[in-house]
Design a protein around this ligand. Structure first.
Ligand SMILES: Nc1ncnc2c1ncn2[C@@H]1O[C@H](COP(=O)(O)OP(=O)(O)OP(=O)(O)O)[C@@H](O)[C@H]1O
Length: 611
C-alpha cells in the first residue's frame, strides 16, 4: 500500500493552547492519563450508542481499554475498541479547538492565582492536548467504526501535524505517546496502576495495564450507582461526578437511591456546585445517562425535563431490554414512569435543601433561571416549583420566596406585586416603586429573560394573584399612605389636553397613586403586553402592535400642579406633553422618542429658569 502523508498547520489557537497546557496550566502532569482514558471510555460508549441502530457496529463483548508501557522504546500506548475517528474527524478533533472561548479561558486560568486554579480548572478540560505534558511526540492511529480506512495523526505539538494512511484490523484508536526524558515514571506499570485507581476507578469499562507481558486489571470497574450508599465514600462520588460532567468542582447535591417494586432502577444524580462555564447554547436537553443492567445506552433519553437539565447523573434500570431501540426510548411507558419518579425525587431534594436559605442561595444563583422555565412549560409541576422560587425584593436584601412574601402582605393588599426589567439593582431604584414603598407594600424584582413570561402562567400563588405593577391599573387606594400627602390637584382639564397631544404615542393618560417623588410614570395597557415584554419585542425588531403605553401622572407633584393650572388657560401644552412622556421613558431606561428634540426642549426650559 502506498502511503500518503499530508502536513497541516494547527490553527493559531491550538498552538497557543498547547503552549499554555504544557507550560502553565497543570501542576499534576499525571492527569493526562485520566483525560486519555476518559476519551477512550467515551468512544466505547459512543460506539455502543451507534450500534443501537447499526448492529454491525456492535462493541466486542470483551471490550476494554489497554494501557501498554514500552520501556525500551520509551513509548506509552493506550488502545480502545471505541467508535474511532475518520480522517476528517482526526483533523477536526485534534487540530482545532471545537469550543469557542476555550483559549480565552485557558489564558485566564494560566494567569490566575494558584489558590483559584483548582476550581477554575473544573470548568475546563484540555483533554487530549494534555498528552503533550509528558510526550514530545504523539501518534494517534484510528479507524472509524463502519469504515475500512485507518489514518494516523502525528505531531510533536509545535505548530503542525501530519495525517497519513495507516492500517488497523478493527475499529478503534491507538494513542502512542513518545515519553519525554523527564517523564520516565509514566513508563512504570505500578505508577500507571496507581493513577488509574486514583482517577478512573469509576469507569465501568475494564482498564488493564500491561506488566511483564500480561494485561493486569487496573480498575475495579464496579458501577458506583449499584453499590449501597453506605459503601461509597464522598471522594468516590466526587470523582464520578467530575468524570460525568467533565468538571472539577464538588457537587452541591448528591442523590443516590434505588427504586424497587413497581419500577426497578438505581439512580445516582448530582446537582453541580457551580454554573457550567461553557453552557451549550440552544442545547436544552437533559443529559442524564440511561443504563440498562449496567450497560450504557444513551445520554439522550430525556430522563429529566429540560428545566432540570443542570442535573447530571445515571439512571440504571432492569425494566428495559438491552437492545432497546431509539423508538422505544420515545414511547415506552416504563421510561415515562421512571422520568416522573426521577423528577419528583429531584424536586423533593430541592424542597428539603431550601430550608437552609444560605445553602439554597448557592443553588438558586446557579440554576434558578433554568428552574423557572418549569413554571412556564410544565403545567403538572408548576405548583411544586412555585415555592422553590426566590426573588430580589424592594423591601429587603437577599432572597425572598413566595410564601415569605405572602406572610408579609398587608391585610388590605390584594395581589403579589412584581416588577420585571433587565437588572434588579436598577429596578430597586425605579420610580415605579415609589407608591408601593411609601405604603410599605413589598414588590418582587425580577431580571431574568424568562421572568417576562412565566408569571402569566403561574397567575397566582396561595390564592393571591400575581400582578405586574406596570401593567393595568394597580389599585393602591385601599392602602393608606402613612405620611401626610399634599392635596391632589384637579387634573380634569389637563388630562384631556395631554391625551389629545399624545394621541399618537400613548394609549391613555391618567392619574395614579403609584408615585410619590416623581411626576410621571409609564404603565402597560391593561390587556396588552407588559412593559418589559414590549422592550424585548422592540429589541428583537418586532412590532409591539397597537398597544401603546399609558402615561400616568402624580397629581401631587409640583410640575403636574403647574401644568394643571396652565391647562385652565388656552396655553399650548403639546411640547410639555411630549417632554412628560419622554421623561417617563427615560426613567424606565428607554430613550426619548426623539433624543435631539428632547434635549432641545430641556435646554430651552433650563434657559428659561436661568434667565
Ligand atoms: N480515543 C478516542 N476515540 C475516539 N474519539 C476520540 C478519542 N479521543 C479523542 N477523541 C475525539 O476528540 C475530541 C477531542 O477530545 P478532547 O479530549 O480534546 O476534548 P473532549 O473530550 O471533547 O473534551 P473534554 O476533555 O473537555 O472533556 C473528543 O470530543 C472526541 O470526539
Amino acid at each position: 500500500m502506498s502511503e500518503t502523508v499530508e502536513r497541516h498547520e494547527f490553527n493559531a489557537e491550538v498552538g497557543r493552547l498547547l503552549d499554555l497546557v504544557v507550560h502553565a496550566l497543570y501542576s499534576e502532569r499525571e492527569i493526562f492519563l485520566r483525560e486519555l482514558v476518559a476519551n477512550a471510555a467515551d468512544a466505547i460508549d459512543k460506539r455502543r450508542f451507534e450500534a443501537l441502530t447499526q448492529s454491525d457496529l456492535s462493541v466486542p463483548a470483551d471490550a476494554r481499554i489497554r494501557i501498554v508501557p514500552d520501556k525500551e522504546g520509551r513509548r506509552l500506548i493506550i488502545t480502545d475498541p471505541g467508535v474511532g475517528m475518520s480522517k476528517a474527524e482526526l483533523a477536526q478533533n485534534l487540530g482545532t479547538i471545537a469550543r469557542s472561548g476555550t483559549l480565552a479561558f485557558a489564558q485566564t486560568l494560566a494567569e490566575s492565582q494558584a489558590a483559584d486554579k483548582p476550581s477554575l480548572m473544573g470548568q475546563f478540560g484540555v483533554g487530549f492536548y494534555s498528552a503533550f505534558m509528558v510526550a514530545d511526540r504523539v501518534e494517534v492511529t484510528s479507524r472509524r467504526a463502519g469504515s475500512e480506512e485507518a489514518w494516523t495523526w502525528a505531531s510533536d505539538g509545535r505548530g503542525d501535524y501530519t495525517l497519513a494512511t495507516a492500517a488497523r484490523a478493527e475499529p478503534g484508536t491507538d494513542i502512542v505517546l513518545h515519553i519525554k526524558a523527564d517523564a520516565d515514571e509514566y513508563l512504570e506499570p505500578i505508577r500507571l496502576q496507581t493513577i488509574i485507581r486514583k482517577w478512573a476507578d469509576h469507569i465501568t469499562i475494564p482498564i488493564t495495564v500491561a506488566q511483564d507481558g500480561k494485561d493486569e486489571p487496573a480498575n475495579e470497574g464496579t458501577a458506583l450507582w449499584r453499590k449501597p450508599k453506605s459503601e461509597v465514600s464522598e471522594e468516590s462520588y466526587t470523582e464520578f461526578y467530575r468524570h460525568l460532567g467533565h468538571v472539577f468542582d464538588k457537587p452541591w447535591a448528591t442523590l443516590h437511591w434505588r427504586a424497587e417494586g413497581a419500577l426497578d432502577f438505581s439512580a445516582l444524580l448530582f446537582i453541580p456546585g457551580m454554573k457550567p462555564f461553557q453552557a451549550v447554547e440552544g442545547d436544552r436537553e437533559s443529559r442524564v445517562r440511561l443504563h440498562v443492567r449496567r450497560m450504557f445506552i444513551t445520554d439522550q433519553a430525556g430522563l429529566l425535563p429540560s428545566w432540570l437539565r443542570f442535573v447530571h447523573g445515571v439512571v440504571d434500570t432492569e425494566d428495559l431490554p438491552l437492545n432497546v431501540s431509539r423508538e422505544m426510548l420515545q414511547s415506552t411507558p416504563v421510561l415515562a414512569r421512571i422520568r416522573r419518579a426521577v423528577a419528583s425525587r429531584v424536586l423533593s431534594e430541592l424542597k428539603m435543601r431550601a430550608r437552609d436559605s444560605q445553602d439554597y442561595a448557592t443553588f438558586w444563583e446557579n440554576f434558578g433561571a433554568i428552574l423557572k422555565e418549569g413554571i412556564w412549560e410544565d403545567a403538572e409541576s408548576r405548583k411544586d416549583i412555585a415555592p422553590l422560587l426566590r426573588f430580589r425584593s424592594s423591601a429587603l436584601e437577599g432572597w425572598v420566596s413566595l410564601p415569605d412574601y405572602v406572610a408579609r402582605m398587608k391585610p388590605e393588599q390584594e395581589a403579589i406585586y412584581i416588577l420585571v426589567g433587565d437588572d434588579t439593582d436598577v429596578l430597586s431604584k425605579s420610580p415605579q416603586l415609589e407608591g408601593f414603598r411609601a405604603r410599605g407594600v413589598e414588590v418582587l424584582l425580577m431580571a431574568d429573560q424568562i421572568d417576562t413570561f412565566w408569571p402569566e402562567r403561574l397567575d397566582s400563588f396561595d390564592a393571591k394573584p400575581i400582578r405586574s405593577i406596570t401593567q393595568g391599573t394597580v389599585d393602591l387606594s385601599k392602602i393608606a399612605l402613612p405620611l401626610e400627602a399634599d392635596e391632589a390637584a384637579d387634573l380634569s382639564k389637563l388630562i384631556p389636553r395631554l391625551k389629545e397631544a399624545l394621541k399618537a404615542d400613548a394609549s391613555d393618560v391618567r392619574v395614579t397613586d403609584r408615585l410619590v417623588d416623581s411626576a410621571v410614570v409609564l404603565a402597560a395597557p391593561q390587556h396588552g403586553p407588559d412593559l418589559q415584554m414590549q422592550r424585548l419585542l422592540r429589541r428583537a425588531g418586532r412590532s409591539v402592535g397597537s398597544d401603546l403605553a399609558v402615561l400616568e401622572l402624580n397629581p401631587r407633584h409640583p410640575l403636574i400642579r403647574k401644568l394643571a393650572q396652565r391647562a385652565e388657560t388656552a396655553a399650548d401644552l403639546t411640547e410639555a406633553a411630549g417632554t412628560l412622556l419622554d421623561l417617563a421613558r427615560l426613567q424606565d431606561g428607554d430613550s426619548p422618542r426623539d433624543p435631539v428634540a428632547f434635549a432641545r426642549r430641556v435646554a430651552e426650559a433650563l434657559a428659561g429658569e436661568l434667565r
